[in-house]
Design a protein around this ligand. Sequence first.
Ligand SMILES: *Cc1c(COP(=O)(O)O)cnc(C)c1O
Length: 442
Amino acid sequence: MTLSPKTLSYDELRALDARHVWHPFTQAGTAKPPILALGGRGATIYAADGREYLDLVSSWWCNLHGHGNPAIAQAIADQAMRLEQVIFADFTHEPAARLAARVTRRLPGDLDRVFYSDDGSTAVEVSLKLAHQYWRNKGQHRDVYVAFEGGYHGDTAGAMSAGHSSGYFEQWREMLFPVKTVPFPATWDDDPEVEAKEAAALDALDLVFACHPDHVSAVIVEPLIQGAAGMRMCRPEFLRALELKVREAGSLLIFDEVMTGFSRTGDLFACVKAGVTPDLICLSKGLTGGFLPLSMTVAREAIFQEFLGQDLSRAFLHGHSYTANPLGCAAGLASLDLLEAAECQSRIQAIEALHRARLDRLKSRPNVARTRLCGTIAAMDISGGGVGYAAEVGPKLKAAFLERGLLLRPLGNVLYLLPPYCTTEAELNRAWDAVEDVLATL
Ligand SMILES: *Cc1c(COP(=O)(O)O)cnc(C)c1O
């Protein structure tokens, strides 16, 4: 096949993909051919078959302001004409310095130091490696890590170790290092057991600290919402109690805000909403508004100080080829401008209010349980088709929604809506109408 993209038909493009591309989280032996996306505007994706899809998963939780946002596109184009990329050891550049200052200004306490990397997984790897070396630099041997049951932190080896209880990584068990897990007090609307679950989780944590005195390096948690585990939510009260326990034990607290960051929970960051100051915070998905891969691990200044010295051995010898890519940083600045505008903040509140009203209407349905809401994320369990990630109801729902022009990807039997903030009231109501429709036919 000759490669002249301008003259290739859609069928030829599909054939090239089928022959040469390996898609993520996909069994190519049984999967339907992928949808060929041609473009996007706002919350809508336009496909080669003439169909339109409302992107209610924000393209894997990354997109904030819609597809093809002209302000972000322009910022990237302008930056590309100035400086597309430069080595980030011995060099710095304007977008990296400004973005680090703007993000840290909105974070609590002395969360003032930004280490840039490429995606959520690397942001988490960096946080785990920083915690490890921090204790070594202080002359302490703390090598026990604690994570929450069901937690997901990415697909690289350290992130898989922290997320081993998610069930996604059985294939690679031998590659992982041991991480202790404690229960996550997942809760939902009108949950009478929430306090008992929180107490049990804190007791389990006490036990780990008691068994490994002065040896727990860090506790890592997805604050307020465990995403991939099925949009499992916890209360801010629990995170404040968790912070106290970690402080008492003299350990470090890592917030994996890869998904919750940038107003997903209603506040700019989950740590702000919860009133907690973690030691390290991982940010990625929404950082560039969904345009480019970029991430940051933000550390408290006190942690950075432990890496200072006169020789390389105390320094953090870690980095990536595209660390702090200027195009990504420029996109991040443009996205923050949009996000901080009053108009966007009121859209976020409107989405939450609309979610609330529509969730309440669904509560009484026999196949809907555990409705829950946090900021722009609404979720519920669907019964009658199995539970867990492999529940057969998931693919069935996905197909039914695609048929109706909605991009929704249930996590097993958990159906959730996580729309871009530009989604209009009419679009969101159309989505919820379709949800009611499809659930009625199950
Ligand atoms: C998606 C996600 C990650 C991994 O991010 P990638 O960019 O896919 O590597 C890590 N933590 C959380 C909470 C996530 O949702």
